[in-house]
Write a protein that binds this ligand. Structure first.
Ligand code: PRF
Length: 376
């Protein structure tokens, strides 16, 4: 390979309406898109071995700057060989930049032009995260896809406030690009902000495009707005993004949000929802979501889905899963996390096949009809 060529690249294989079928090549393996990235916040996708996560079909995981900088510390992870070695996940990792988690988890946080200062939610100790330090931490973690530091604000917000956060995020994007300094074996993604305002979103996208990133994330959504607002903003923003770069919708979502995101030209998603819902006794299947806490499953000998490609959906009865959930057995969290991540991967792989075949809108309609029909 030409030494000056970037080792992380994106190629589009097919489009169908706004939906896109692509591939991100990285030195640690390919990422087939549309992709769902399981969240491994603290160096683990909770309740699953790395090989199980891979077996669900995941090509890439998400890790978090905020959690890992506090514990065990980025310098320690680097000394131990980087995050892939530390957690024994050899494939690509995308790391979030930390700003979003600081705002939702830490105490006494303060945003200035320079960056964000905060106190750890673990022991109250003080930290500073700047765009430069975030890039440094993500590089120490040996992340394959690095996110710029940004400021995500809740919706609804005043336009002035959305504008301020969007402009600050753009300046932080510029500083991130300088600090990143075109590292050959990693990618840097910019993050579009601007709340629910089309004009601000357009300015954000144009500003990021002129800085130039390897990929473009849409941040600041799924922060309290109705789904129709999120879909409206997505429909407005994806046409403003370069066609030859991956687009990532941050922190989204439920299966129905993912389908709608793909429909509007998004290539990558991440969310804690499938694993968190699994730990709380919810199972995602082709028939929608099943709450296994419900007493109606107590005597039900049927498996979740006897025609599922996932053995765990065929193997255990609803009565047994109900029992595991009610007794808070660890195995319940393990099985349901595996089932939910498998379903999410089945959904995106189904979408990939449908886009290739030019039948994505039929696929979306059939999938929604099956969710709505349920199985009971
Ligand atoms: N910015 C960053 N991470 C995020 C978000 C964001 O806006 C969101 C919003 N849904 C989730 N994770 N950096």
């Amino acid at each position: 390979m030409n030494k000056t060529m970037k080792q992380v690249s994106f190629s589009l294989a097919a489009t169908d309406g706004m939906a896109r079928r692509g591939r991100i090549d990285t030195p640690r393996g390919d990422i087939q898109t549309p992709a769902f990235m399981p969240v491994g916040t603290a160096g683990t996708v909770k309740a699953l071995y790395p090989e199980q996560v891979r077996e669900t079909g995941a090509d890439i995981l998400l890790g978090n700057t905020y959690h890992l900088m506090l514990r065990p510390g980025a310098e320690r992870v680097a000394k131990l060989g980087g995050l892939h070695v530390f957690m024994d996940w050899p494939r690509p990792i995308l790391t979030d930049s930390g700003g979003f988690q600081v705002m939702s988890l830490s105490k006494l946080r303060k945003i200035t032009e320079q960056g964000v200062t905060f106190r750890s939610h673990l022991d109250g100790s003080a930290y500073e995260l700047t765009p430069e330090r975030s890039i440094e931490i993500q590089t120490l973690l040996d992340s394959d896809i690095i996110m710029q530091l940004d400021e995500c604000i809740p919706l609804p917000s005043e336009k002035k406030e959305m504008e301020r956060a969007m402009e600050l995020s753009l300046r932080w994007g510029d500083r991130s690009k300088t600090a990143f300094d075109s590292q050959m074996n990693r990618a840097l993604f910019g993050i579009v902000q601007g709340g629910d305002d089309a004009e601000l979103r357009g300015k954000s996208a144009a500003g990021l495009r002129s800085i130039g990133f390897d990929g473009y994330a849409v941040g600041g959504l799924a922060v309290g707005e109705p789904q129709e607002v999120m879909f409206r903003v997505l429909g407005e923003i994806t046409p403003e993004l370069p066609v030859d770069r991956p687009r990532y919708l941050m922190g989204v979502g439920k299966p129905d949000d993912i389908l709608g995101g793909i429909e509007r030209g998004i290539d990558m998603f991440d969310c804690v929802h499938p694993t968190r819902a699994g730990r709380h006794g919810h199972a995602y299947t082709r028939f929608g979501v099943i709450n296994l806490k419900n007493a109606r499953h107590k005597d039900d000998p049927r498996p979740l889905d006897e025609a599922s490609p996932n053995p765990n959906c065929r193997r255990f009865s609803r009565a047994y899963l109900h029992h595991l959930v009610k007794t808070e057995e660890i195995l319940g969290a393990m099985i349901l996390s595996q089932i939910n991540l498998s379903y999410y991967q089945e959904l995106v792989s189904g979408a990939r096949g449908a886009i290739e075949a030019g039948r994505f809108s039929d696929f979306a309609a059939e999938t929604r009809a099956q969710w709505a029909a349920g199985d009971l």
